[in-house]
Design a protein around this ligand. Structure first.
Ligand code: 0O2
Length: 221
């Protein structure tokens, strides 16, 4: 009897996770469509990279314990809105908002929440635009609305976040203060680089002469 319960739970868990996997597949298709569309026009392609991850069961359970949340299907469904994660790396800061608009204009996508850590960086220095969205997944048993966390960032933001993440985990979340401060400064340096590139990008688009662009670069360095 008990054995039967375990097997049933296991199947239900697999089914539960599958919904998130399908939602990731859908979002990746949407973003790949945008990417291919951009490649087909004379406009430059604002999408540098697309990544995704399905949160592992271990990581879900660890987080639930840390936050004192019950580990049952209802609790996981309601409290874990980042089981499906999709990350888009863009070329320039303005591209982030362009991609955001292109996603939010899609009729089947519902933006549940927007967290702009570019306008308001986290204390660590972390920058990115986070969209908490909901997409319908048409499954064999009917339609299911699935939450996805979409992180949109520039190459510089991504560079900082992935290296900071590695350092963070190496120290098992207890990074010494001096190192934390240096990391925050490094985030500011990455952000300054992003703003320089954005300005250059704008002036090139506005039809500045090569000399103007050189002058601007020297101003910024
Ligand atoms: P992973 O490995 O990416 O899955 P919470 O999710 O509740 O802990 P919050 O504040 O509700 O936190 O969500 P938030 O901050 O909007 O988004 C959390 C995710 O953003 C993280 O996911 C990271 O991917 C990223 N992130 C946020 N702050 C930082 C930071 O300081 N450094 C780095 N490198 N990434 C950050 P996970 O689940 O923590 O990790």
């Amino acid at each position: 009897e008990e054995m039967h319960g375990i097997v049933e739970q296991r199947e239900r868990f697999r089914d539960f996770m599958l919904g998130y996997k399908f939602a990731i597949d859908e979002m990746i298709t949407k973003i790949n469509i945008l990417r291919e569309d951009f490649n087909n026009t004379n406009e430059y392609n604002p999408i540098e990279h697309i990544g995704s991850r399905l949160k592992s069961p271990e990581s879900i359970i660890r987080k639930a314990r840390r936050k004192n949340l019950p580990v049952n299907f209802e609790s996981l469904r309601d409290n874990f809105l980042d089981i499906a994660g999709v990350r888009v790396t863009c070329s320039f800061i303005s591209d982030i908002y362009k991609i955001r608009d292109m996603i939010s204009d899609q009729e089947d996508v519902k933006i549940v929440e927007e967290r702009d850590y570019i306008a308001k960086p986290k204390a660590s220095g972390y920058q990115s635009l986070h969209l908490l969205i909901e997409v319908p997944v048409f499954r064999a048993r009917g339609t299911q609305r699935v939450p996805v966390e979409l992180q949109i960032r520039t190459i510089a933001m991504d560079f900082w976040a992935s290296l900071e993440h590695k350092i963070f985990y190496k120290y098992d979340r207890h990074v010494p203060l001096a190192l934390r401060q240096e990391l925050t400064q490094a985030a500011e340096a990455a952000s300054s680089l992003d703003r320089t590139m954005e300005k250059l990008h704008e002036s090139v688009r506005a039809g500045a002469s090569p000399q103007d662009v050189m002058d601007r670069t020297n101003e910024n360095l």
